[in-house]
Structures are given as C-alpha cells and as structure tokens.
Ligand binder design. Structure first.
Ligand code: NAG
Ligand code: NAG
Ligand code: NAG
Ligand code: NAG
Ligand code: NAG
Ligand code: NAG
Ligand code: NAG
Ligand code: NAG
Length: 658
C-alpha cells in the first residue's frame, strides 16, 4: 500500500486506526516486532551455533530489546521532512552461552551479529519464564521434599512452588542459583497467603538441578479460611445503588494513533513496550498555541529499576532483596489487561512481545491500554463569568504482576503540560507463616505485623527508579535546585520580622545534583538556559515529588550497596545511551559495581548539557490487617510540570478534538 493512500485512509476513518497499525512503517523507537524477534533468534543461532553446540541449553535468551539509535540520530532523522534511508534497526540481546553472560548486538537490516561480548563481571541476567517454570517443578521429584511435606501432614498435590532470586551477601564465588519456596492451596486460590514455612530448596539454573536443601523448622500453615478474595464470596449489599462500572464508562477512544505515535489534545508522544522495563514513553512534545509548534519535553521516560528489600532476618527471608525489573522483567511480568475492569470502555489496547528462552517471540495480549480519563475533576475555574474547564487527560497504563505483587503504572498526560506518573500497589503481600495467633503471644522481633492468625506481613520497601531524559525545548539543559530560604527583614524595612525568598543554584557537575528530598523546601527544575520566555524567565520543567520515602538504612550492608540508586532521591547524569538501568545490567547477585551511584562518580559536567534525571519513588510498607487477604491499592506518584515553559496558562484557547 503506498503511504499516501495509507494517510488518506487514516483521516477518513478514525475508527480504522487499529487495523492500520500493522501496515504502518516502523518508527525508529518502535519495540521489536514479532518478526524482528524471530530474525534475532535466527541470526544469533546461526552465528553462535556454528561455534558451539547449541544443544542441551548451551544457549538461552534472557533479554531482547531494541538497541535504539543515538539520540542525535533519532532527532535529526525525525526532523527531516522527507526521511531518507532510516538508520539500521538493531537488537540488544542478553544471552547465556556456555554458562557465561553474553551481550550481543544484532543488526536486523544487514542480518548479522555486529558484536558479541562476554561480560565476566558479577551478576546474572533476568530469569526467563521457562527456567522459572522448570525450577519450581524440581521439588516434585525430590525425595527429601516429599518427606518434609509428609512430616507436616500436607497433601503434595495441593503444593505449588515459586522461585526467588537470592541477593548477594559477600560470597567470593557465586553460581546462578535461586531459592524455591512452596505454598499450600487446599481450598484457596490465594497461594501466597499459605506459605509452607521452613523449607528452602536451592536450584542451580544453569544445571537445572537441586543443589541445596534445608528443612529447618515446622510452623503451622496459615488456614485457608478468609484467604479467598474472589467475587461471589459472602457479600453484604449496600442499600445505596452499587457502583456500575459499565455505566461509568462511555465514549470512544478520542485520540489519534499513527503506528505507535499518539496525538491527543496538545500532546504528541511515542509509546513502546520493553520486556525489562515495561512501558517506554518517548519523544513527548507539547503543542504551544502561541508559537504554533510542538516543543520537546521528555525524550524518554520509563521505570529503570525497582528495588524491593524485605526486613526479615530469618533464614528463609533475609535474602529477599529483589530487583523486580533486572531479576524478573517488569515488562515480562505484564498482565493481559481486562477490558472494563483494568481499563475503561474507551480504552485502546496494545500487545507486548518478548523473546522466550530459545528466542521464539511470545505475545502478551493487551499489555498496555491507552484511554482518555475524565474523573470529574476541574482543570481550572473561576466563578465571576462561570468559566470552568473539566480536567480531561490521557492515560497509558500497564500492570505488572511480579509474583505476589501487582504494580499498576499510569503515565498521565495533562492539557496543562504536566505528565503525572502514578503507581498503584496492590495484589498479595508476601507473608511468613508463624506459630502466633494473637499479638499478645509475641515476645520476640517478628519483622512484621500479625495480619491474620499464623500470618505475618513482613516489613518491606519499594524503591522505583525512573529514568527521565528530559529535553526541555531542546537537548542542552541544566539542573537547578531552587531553595526557599528564610531571611530576616533588614532593619525597619517592614513591620514583618521574616520572609522567604528563592535561592537558585545550577548544578555544574553530577556531584552537585545528588539530592536528598525531604525536610527542606525547594524546587527542582530542568531548565533550558538557551531559551527564555518573552519576559525573560528560563523555560523549564520541574520535578514535583510525591510523598518522600527514602532508604532508612546505613550503606554498610550488601543490598544497599548493590542498589546504589536509593542513596539519593534524585540524581542527574550526562546522557549516555548505555546507561539505561539504574541497578546495572546484571542485577541478580550483582555486587554494586555497575549502577547509577557508580556512573555518577565520573562526575561529568552537566551544565547546559544533555542531561538525564533519575528519580526514586519510595514506599515503605508496614502491613496492616486491611492488606489481608488482598491489598487495597496504595497509590504513590510524582509529576513533571511546566515552569515558565509557556507564556501563560497553556490551556487557554485549547479545544479538545473529537
Ligand atoms: C554444550 O552442552 C554439552 C552437553 O551438555 C556439553 O558437553 C558441552 O560442553 C557444552 N558446551 C559447548 C561449548 O558445546
Ligand atoms: C565453553 O566453556 C568451556 C569450559 O569453560 C570452555 O573450555 C570453552 O572454550 C567454552 N566455549 C566457548 C565457545 O565459549
Ligand atoms: C484440605 O482440605 C480439606 C477440605 O477442606 C480438609 O478436609 C483437609 O483437612 C485439608 N487438609 C489439610 C492438610 O489442610
Ligand atoms: C573473599 O575473599 C577475600 C580475599 O581473598 C577474603 O578476605 C574474604 O574473607 C572472602 N569472603 C568470603 C565470604 O569468603
Ligand atoms: C437498608 O435498608 C433496609 C430496608 O430498607 C433497612 O432495614 C436497613 O437498616 C438499611 N441498612 C442500612 C445500613 O442503612
Ligand atoms: C449497569 O449498567 C448497564 C447500562 O446501564 C446495565 O445494562 C447493567 O444491567 C447494569 N448492571 C448492574 C449490575 O446493575
Ligand atoms: C539453533 O539451531 C540448531 C540447528 O542448527 C538447533 O538444533 C537449535 O535448537 C537451535 N537453537 C535455537 C536456540 O534456536
Ligand atoms: C557510557 O556508559 C557506559 C556504561 O556505564 C560506559 O562504559 C561508557 O564509558 C560511558 N561513556 C561515556 C562517554 O561516559
């Protein structure tokens, strides 16, 4: 189909958008398509299997993603009116070959491997689903495990197991092992609420065999009663009319999609799916009515890593210090969104693709949804002339289920120019079985809250690090910390004794931009010192953090060193395409020598340069009884907000299309 025909069809038929997606030409930042993933598999196999025997798991894929062109290439290519030959499509592959970590770059345009490096540093790539599935079955052909289950009077048929990464606690030599822990169903769907405590199975993933077994202590399995959270459980109907989700949702998508480029109200951005980080927002630009042009805001934004340390020191728990993206794949763990429940009626769904262990592509249907949101809020109002604008926004949503936890990620685009990110934490707590059935019995440190009989909800944190490559009106930007400082009134100038004023400080190098948020009043801005408003303010965007929850622990322990990025709430680095994941490339059993804290030590110059902001959103969780048997969603978030970016309120004169 010639592209002019595609375009006219596009405008004639807004509701045919979906069917057109598959025929659109590929955008430089599009996720790898299923046929490209297949091509990666073939090229890697041809290149690798001619040198080693690929039988018996000598080659396994752990991550395949787009190796995007450099920013300069992308920006200049997109700025051309008539794009010339596009830069080559490339894939970045993390594979285990012959039991070592390989980083392979595959050129899909020329169909060849252009580099294949062994990384003999510490740590291992994300687990693939196939090896997790194989590992959790091993106890079921292991005699000592049968004996442990029998000893507890349990029925083996009702046992299910899950596997967990083991962290790193100073060992000089490591193997790629995980710990397998098991749960008891027998009358519940809520397996995570019924741990079989005391048994730890250690599995070597490269050998795929059990290499350690510990049955340390017998603790009662929490009872099934009260753990089931499904609909149809005893409900007390309320007298007032109950919520009817069908009635709440109405309308059509009301935005335009050209491939994966979305245009809605004054926004334009590209959306992609990555098996490691999930949703990736790129090239977000906002239309300025005054200037009659789109202005750049966010080059690339995504969750670069999630660190989830538990605070329980018992043998079966101390190691639980997970990196949810680098260990398990935040995108790989995406759930298929359920229409009308996960997303409203007007939502459009996008599928996500990933590579399985042998490189074959697999689909996560409805991995992302995009919808216009009208929650009944007011964008702005004033009474005299009764001018009121409803707050209608556009949301890109994904849900990732990492074992027991569900993370709902919303990227919300507002007509005011703000991008709001919300994380909803729900799903099931990780609980430890205990002999205690009442708080009064507890005389020792139990590292959590008794949330039901025999059930302890362990204290833990979630630290989500966001990669925010802001390009405010161009790529040379500066980071400014504007402190609100109290001053005493100079003699007799005023009857007032004190006031506060703003003291801005521009960060010269990376070390100036390591920020602890919290008690001090300040604004954190990314400005473009080369662009000013008509009345002379530097154009900027500010990072508006939500509730601040920082790491509480000293940095003398392995998990904190491995994480690194939660040493500060905000970091700013110089743009470097290779620095994508704040916890490093290999987080499983990492030792903290490749992470944001290490990169920042280079102390590069960042004033009026292309900079990346890394922001860690924290959440301390002290479980409570309401989190049993399933957690009501807890919401945390932040916003990036235009600050002297526009000449005035940018929504004046803005008409919603559709
Ligand atoms: C591949 O697997 C076979 C069988 O497990 C093994 O003997 C061999 O050493 C492995 N490595 C290579 C490079 O073939
Ligand atoms: C595979 O591993 C073996 C044992 O470590 C080594 O001798 C061999 O050279 C490796 N082969 C390749 C192709 O890396
Ligand atoms: C399993 O469930 C059945 C039916 O509810 C119950 O009779 C039995 O005692 C349970 N077994 C165990 C070991 O909990
Ligand atoms: C690791 O090796 C160093 C130096 O050889 C040694 O001092 C240390 O005790 C070892 N650590 C462990 C956990 O074995
Ligand atoms: C609900 O309505 C019933 C009957 O109209 C009434 O008896 C009851 O008190 C009401 N319950 C509540 C909680 O208002
Ligand atoms: C919800 O509203 C829709 C549309 O008005 C209606 O068809 C449906 O029966 C309602 N569902 C319930 C449970 O009341
Ligand atoms: C690679 O190709 C060989 C045949 O050359 C085949 O046996 C093997 O299963 C393939 N491996 C993968 C990962 O596709
Ligand atoms: C870019 O980052 C990678 C990974 O941290 C590093 O090896 C490389 O030296 C960096 N390049 C520059 C120019 O800083």
């Amino acid at each position: 189909m010639p592209s002019s025909l595609k375009f006219s069809l596009f405008f004639q038929c807004i509701f045919c958008i979906i069917s057109l997606i598959s025929t659109k030409s590929i955008h430089l930042l599009d996720s790898l398509t299923p046929s490209e993933l297949k091509q990666v598999k073939t090229i890697v196999n041809q290149s690798i299997c001619s040198t080693i025997s690929c039988h018996n798991d000598n080659l396994s894929f752990h991550y395949v993603g787009l190796n995007e062109p450099n920013k300069e290439t992308v920006v200049s290519w997109l700025s051309k009116q008539k794009p010339t030959k596009s830069p080559p499509r490339q894939a970045f592959v993390l594979a285990r070959i012959n039991q070592s970590n390989h980083e392979i770059i595959v050129d899909l345009t020329d169909s060849k491997v252009i580099s294949n490096k062994v990384n003999d540093g510490h740590g291992y790539p994300l687990l693939n689903l196939e090896e997790k599935d194989a590992a959790v079955l091993l106890p079921f052909s292991y005699a000592p495990f049968f004996a442990s289950i029998k000893k507890r009077g349990l029925n083996l048929k009702e046992v299910v197991c899950q596997c967990f990464t083991i962290g790193w606690f100073g060992a000089n030599k490591t193997r790629r092992v995980v710990k397998v822990m098991c749960y008891y169903l027998n009358g519940t769907v809520s397996l995570y609420m019924r741990p079989i405590e005391g048994i730890t199975v250690t599995v070597d993933l490269d050998e795929m065999k059990i290499v350690g077994y510990l049955d340390r202590v017998v603790v009662p399995v929490p009872k099934a009663e009260g753990t089931d959270y499904r609909e149809g459980k005893p409900e007390k109907p309320l007298n007032s009319s109950s919520v009817n989700s069908t009635r709440m949702m109405h309308g059509s998508p009301n935005f335009d999609m050209d491939g994966n480029v979305i245009r809605w109200a004054n926004w334009k951005f590209h959306v992609a799916f990555d098996m490691r980080v999930g949703p990736v927002i790129s090239l977000a630009s906002i239309y300025d009515l005054e200037k009659d042009e789109y202005r750049r805001v966010l080059y690339r934004g995504y969750i670069s890593e999630l660190f989830v340390p538990y605070m329980d020191l018992t043998e079966e728990w101390y190691f639980k210090t997970y990196f949810d993206a680098g260990d398990f794949g935040f995108g790989l763990s995406a759930s298929s969104l359920v229409p009308l429940k996960d997303c409203p009626k007007n939502a459009v769904f996008l599928d996500g693709y990933y590579s399985t262990k042998d490189g074959t592509p697999a689909k996560i249907a409805n991995a992302l949804c995009i919808f216009e949101k009208n929650a009944g809020d007011v964008l702005w109002r004033h009474t005299e002339f009764s001018e009121i604008r409803p707050d209608v926004s556009l949301v890109v949503r994904m849900v990732s289920t990492i074992g027991n936890y569900d993370y709902m990620v919303d990227w919300e685009f507002k007509q005011t120019g703000s991008i709001k990110v919300n994380i909803g934490l729900t799903g099931l707590l990780a609980v430890r079985a205990t002999k205690y059935t009442h708080k009064s019995q507890i005389k020792e440190e139990v590292y959590g809250t008794l949330i039901a009989e025999n059930t302890l909800g362990a204290h833990h944190d979630h630290f989500l690090n966001f990669h925010l490559d802001l390009d405010v009106d161009g790529h040379d930007n500066s980071f400014v910390e504007s402190k609100l400082q109290a001053k005493s009134t100079p003699d007799k100038r005023s009857p007032r004794k004190n006031y506060w004023t703003v003291v801005p400080k521009t960060a010269k190098t990376e070390s100036d931009a390591r920020i602890h948020l919290g008690s001090k009043a300040a604004q954190y801005l990314v400005v473009n010192p080369n662009k000013k408003t008509k009345i002379g303010n530097e154009v900027g965007y500010q990072l508006l953090p939500g509730i601040v929850a920082s790491n509480i622990l000293p940095y003398n322990d392995y998990p904190e060193k491995r994480c690194g990025f939660n040493k500060y709430n905000v970091w700013v680095t110089r743009y470097n395409k290779s620095e994508k994941w704040a916890g490093g490339v290999y987080t499983d059993q990492s030792r903290g020598n490749d992470n944001l804290a290490i990169w920042s030590l280079r102390n590069r110059e960042i004033e009026n340069k292309d900079v990346v902001v890394w922001y860690t959103l924290g959440f301390h969780h002290v479980p409570s009884q309401e989190d049993f048997p399933i957690m009501p969603t807890a919401n945390v978030g932040f916003e990036i907000k235009p600050t002297n970016f526009f000449e005035h309120n940018p929504t004046l004169g803005l008409k919603l299309h559709g």
